[in-house]
Design a protein around this ligand. Sequence first.
Ligand code: ASP
Ligand code: MG
Length: 416
Amino acid sequence: MKIFKFGGASICDAQAVRNLLSILQNKENSALLTVISAMGKCTNALEHILTLKNSNQKYAPSIDRFQKYHWNICKELFDSDDHQIFQDLDQLLQDLLQNLNREYVNQDKMYDQVVPFGELYSTTIVHSFLNHSGLVCEYLDARALIITDSTYKEGKVRWDVTKKTINKRIDKLKSGYYLTQGFIGSDQYGNTLTLGREGSDFSAAIFASCLDAKLVTIWKDVSGILNADPERWEQTKKYDNISYGEASEMTYYGATVIHPKTIRPLAVKKIPLLVKSFKNPSAKGTLISDCKHDMLPPAIIFKKNQCLISFQVRDYSFINESKLSIIFHLFEEFNIQVNMMQSSAISFSVCVDSPDIKMKSLINSLSAEFDIFYNDHLELVTVKNCNHQLVSTIKKGKNILLEQRTRKNYQMLVAT
Ligand code: ASP
Ligand code: MG
């Protein structure tokens, strides 16, 4: 059993969907489950529709554009206008409108009843096109397979029941094709839930873990995992092999090439993850596995939209363990990830993603005890496996608010 995952860019138009078909046609003689996300930027489009609706603005034109975008792709993929797919698109639109117009008490629940339509449209179209092209493929509804708790927008996977359900439904020994949605699942009451933005990689990892897959391949528009974003750094290098540990750290610091939750389930089962270019399927890509390496070439990771918050004691005492524990307790309670931290005698500073509504509540809770300082519009730059020369090049001309160096890594928080 192998798992493929295709993201939005790899199915953004008819030509891209044809390219997907040709990649699938080269399958080896084992079962293959393909997980796809929404086409192009459709998840953003659906989020935008929700924002318009929630602020009482006109959203009908945006719905029309959303429908037309999929309709145009189908028009190019299917030779005849009376192919069943066009009725399927009408039905999807009815369902989308129905979900959009229901009354919701909980905004996050509303999000999870609307935004998954990106994946429902994409899988319906791709499934239909594959079969239309003679590639027999079984459609699976991920909501009947990935079972989560009821935390809307960030469903937590219930692994035991998910594993049982998946194995009951999928015959991993049958050497056929399966197709399903990334990003979505459902809770025990049958409500649709999403797993967090960009969560399709994680879906692929969930299926792989539950099915003890041999390999997961994530098809991207880049040649593999690079040591920096080519738009920000000139001489990027591609890693041929990296360990689960290195890859997971990179995602933690902000590398967006794979979703941060993807590595763990694969590493536990030692399932290798291949990151490859859908534009150049025969090129080697990057293999993430249980490998060992000494020092890898440095990686430079840029994480935008950061803020720096400093908590300063008021009573001429020091930042001691009890003060730290008050602060950390609230970070845990509000479920806020700290990206970097530093403490001095009278002040403790943290760097977190912004804007974060939860952060405002945390600041309110601590304002009686501390003077709190806040800087926004910052970028966190992490250099993994750094060397002196690279660090001084990177620092040149930057307005650095906080910096830190460990044995292998360098981090700085800079004003943008
Ligand atoms: N379509 C979803 C998103 O854009 C999930 C994904 O792409 O992985 O966030
Ligand atoms: Mg995506």
